[in-house]
Design a binder for this molecule. Sequence first.
Ligand code: CO8
Length: 258
Amino acid sequence: DGAFETILVSTAGRVGTIQLDRPKALNALNAQTMDEVVSAAQKFDADPNIGAIVLLGSERAFAAGADIKEMSQQDFATMYAADWFAGWDALTRLRTPIVASVRGFALGGGCELAMMADVLIASETATFGQPEITLGVIPGMGGSQRLTRAVGKAKAMDLILTGRRIDADEAERIGLVSRVVPDADADDTARSVAAEIAAKSKPVAQMAKEAVNAAFETTLHQGIQFERRVFHALFSTQDQTEGMDAFVSKRDPQWSHC
Ligand code: CO8
């Protein structure tokens, strides 16, 4: 899309792809990148023909963090007035599943952006970290909260207080990413996972995502209630009727996405 300068946007079938493209800054995330990613992702989210979104970086860096050169010019008043980084929240409100492929550095805001994705694929050379403490700040795009929920207090404290980097194997072991694959396969794996999700009924996949996310926002009891109500509600959809009929008739389902 010619309207964007820091990302590349494309579609293939029912999958929409956003690739961070600031190679000279190792895909550091500045305000323009945030606006562009959010705007492209919102467009995909609203498109009934898109069932999943893929988020990619480059071989060297998924993203080496928030843009330190841009941030270094700010003071409290400008940060507060702009509600710095709040724009990223829009990405986490999207209902379409997001699959990220992380190759190279996912540091600071890069790691935090990766954690905003629903399924995280890492290449063998990916490295993750929250090095903000080495810059005299703390994570500012959700890291202290999402990392802690993803991997627990012990690892989150270790990573956020020391700023150390972990490799893809450790990231998988602690539950930060779902799969580690060879470098050459990471983006294709993300694309094929996205295609697999996009081949499902869109509203059903969205509700599944919503239900999993409820686990991070509610008590267990409220989460179970939410899941059960959504489960019941799905029995008013064409795709529930179709999915179960297809199973009983031993044929593939034809989703109407409604
Ligand atoms: N911001 C801006 N530019 C960057 C960034 C970044 N985060 N990371 C790399 N770059 C630039 C470099 O400045 C360099 O540019 P130039 O060629 O003009 O000097 C270019 O990318 C290439 O980088 P290097 O030469 O450093 O490449 P190396 O391979 O030697 O090192 C590293 C790669 C290890 C990734 C190194 O670049 C690095 O340490 N980067 C910074 C990583 C980091 O600390 N990230 C966290 C940033 S803070 C954050 O994301 C959250 C902020 C929360 C603040 C809360 C405020 C409200």
